[in-house]
Ligand binder design. Structure first.
Ligand code: ADE
Length: 360
């Protein structure tokens, strides 16, 4: 079983080798992912539902590295938030039988913090850097020699005698996670030998995750109840887990011990999740484009300013889902709503499609 060291965000690391469950010790209170009860995280490839093609490849890379008694090559995982990048990093460490040290780009504020993490690694360990695109540039540069040559230059001496000394690191695996590979400069991206994306989950996979989560929470869901929650989870396990917990609350308080379709519909309705899985912010995005920008096209910055939402959140969280479900399209001149969006909002499709070319 992988052991975990966890950076608390202040650059300190907590050893957790003695914990019976390594996953339990990686929760970060400051992050949304921490809201997911740690024991909900699958610990092995077999327990992990979905991402079938990715799992098949990673299994081969893990088996091959183990056969050669080598560390796994450096891995970059990319994809929207909540799809399981951190979970997959933990599984990789677990399946390799090594420890994982967890930190994030913003937490590695300077070279000294990075050096602290790297020099604490034992042979074969995984260093997981979430949001790796947010590493300060100078820290990113010192990562290059660590990844390529297994070396980091440490400062020694003071004043006029100050210089750097190369320090040999134990062979290790860097697992980086980012929402979009485009956010990463080529020099860093090219130093990863394995670059893989996580895809939105199919509704049936989310239904299976809901069943599993309900079971772990000591509750249950009928097939139809789980399917309803899965269908409205925007392709994202983190959301499926959050909705499962909340729907369980509604169901339990109504004196019932299993979530059926009616319970799911009731609970999700109370939570403001509509039948297409859109939440209040999704609808606000679409309504703003329709009402304030005549359906688009509108540039992302204008939209972000209008909605008072950070541009990154719109681009990473809301837009990919709305694009994937066909509510929004990207044109060279900006974002535009589709007929499907208008129909969903109960708005008239203008004669000739508004701008004359409203996408279907
Ligand atoms: N919980 C969150 N993501 C999961 C996944 N992919 N499989 C099983 N349980 C999960």
């Amino acid at each position: 079983m992988a052991r975990v060291r966890h950076d608390d965000g202040a650059g300190r690391s907590k050893a957790a080798a003695a914990e019976p469950s390594p996953v339990r010790s990686v929760v970060r209170a400051s992050e949304e992912g921490a809201a997911e009860e740690p024991s909900l995280r699958p610990r092995t490839m077999d327990e992990y539902i979905g991402q079938t093609a990715l799992k098949r490849k990673l299994r081969v890379f893990v088996d091959a590295a183990k056969q050669r008694s080598e560390p796994l090559d450096h891995v970059l995982l990319h994809g929207p938030p909540g799809l399981g990048k951190t979970t997959m990093a933990q599984i990789l460490a677990n399946e390799m039988g090594v420890r994982i040290h967890i930190t994030s780009g913003p937490a590695v504020e300077h070279k000294g913090v990075l050096a602290g993490h790297l020099t604490a690694l034992e042979s074969g360990d995984v260093l997981f850097i979430d949001e790796i695109h947010r590493l300060p540039p100078i820290v990113e540069e010192s990562l290059y020699s660590a990844m390529e040559d297994g070396r980091i230059d440490l400062p020694v001496g003071e004043g006029t005698r100050a210089r750097t000394m190369p320090f040999a690191l134990a062979p290790f695996t860097l697992v980086g996670a980012t929402t979009r590979t485009a956010l990463l400069g080529a020099p860093l991206r090219e130093r990863f030998q394995i670059v893989e994306g996580l895809e939105y989950y199919a509704d049936s996979e989310l239904a299976a995750i809901v069943q599993r989560t309900a079971r772990i929470l000591g509750f249950s869901a009928t097939d139809a109840g789980a399917a309803e929650i899965g269908r409205r989870s925007r392709g994202t396990p983190r959301i499926a887990n959050r909705l499962t917990r909340r729907v369980r609350d509604f169901t339990q308080v109504r004196g019932r011990d299993a979530i059926d379709r009616a319970d799911a519909e009731y609970g999700l309705g109370e939570l403001g999740i509509d039948p297409e899985g859109l939440d209040a912010i999704d609808r606000r995005v679409l309504v703003a484009i329709v009402d304030l920008f005549d359906g688009g096209p509108v540039g992302i910055d204008a939209l972000a300013a209008t909605l008072s939402e950070p541009r990154d959140t719109l681009e990473d969280v809301y837009e990919p889902f709305l694009l994937q479900r066909g509510f929004l399209v990207r044109t060279p001149r900006g974002r535009q709503v589709t007929r499907k969006a208008l129909a969903h909002l109960g708005r008239e499709v203008p004669p000739g499609g508004g701008q004359g070319e409203l996408p279907l």
